[in-house]
Design a protein around this ligand. Structure first.
Ligand code: SF4
Ligand code: SF4
Length: 77
């Protein structure tokens, strides 16, 4: 199963990942990070298809996607 890691302190709450996820499983937390932004998190990781759209869409490289042990992040493209 793909795994999503959100680096909470990098997130600025822009919601691009939320809009990009075809499974609609990336949401914004009601909690805030140290910068005062609501950060992204995955609500149901079991539905993730590993498409990496969330990581690609993030302007701050705050999301990493791991598929079968391989790490994908924005700079990998
Ligand atoms: S990898 Fe794709 S399906 Fe999984 S959380 Fe990111 S955008 Fe959604
Ligand atoms: S796209 Fe990146 S910065 Fe924007 S809400 Fe998602 S994780 Fe945070």
């Amino acid at each position: 199963m793909p795994q999503i890691k959100v680096m909470v302190e990098r997130c600025k709450g822009c919601e691009r990942c939320n809009d990009a996820c075809p499974q609609e499983i990336v949401k914004m937390s009601p909690q805030m990070n140290a910068k005062g932004y609501q950060y992204a998190y995955v609500v149901d990781g079991s539905r993730c298809i590993g498409c990496r759209m969330c990581a690609i869409s993030c302007p701050d490289s705050a999301i990493e996607v791991f598929v079968e042990g391989t790490q994908y992040e924005f700079f990998a493209y």
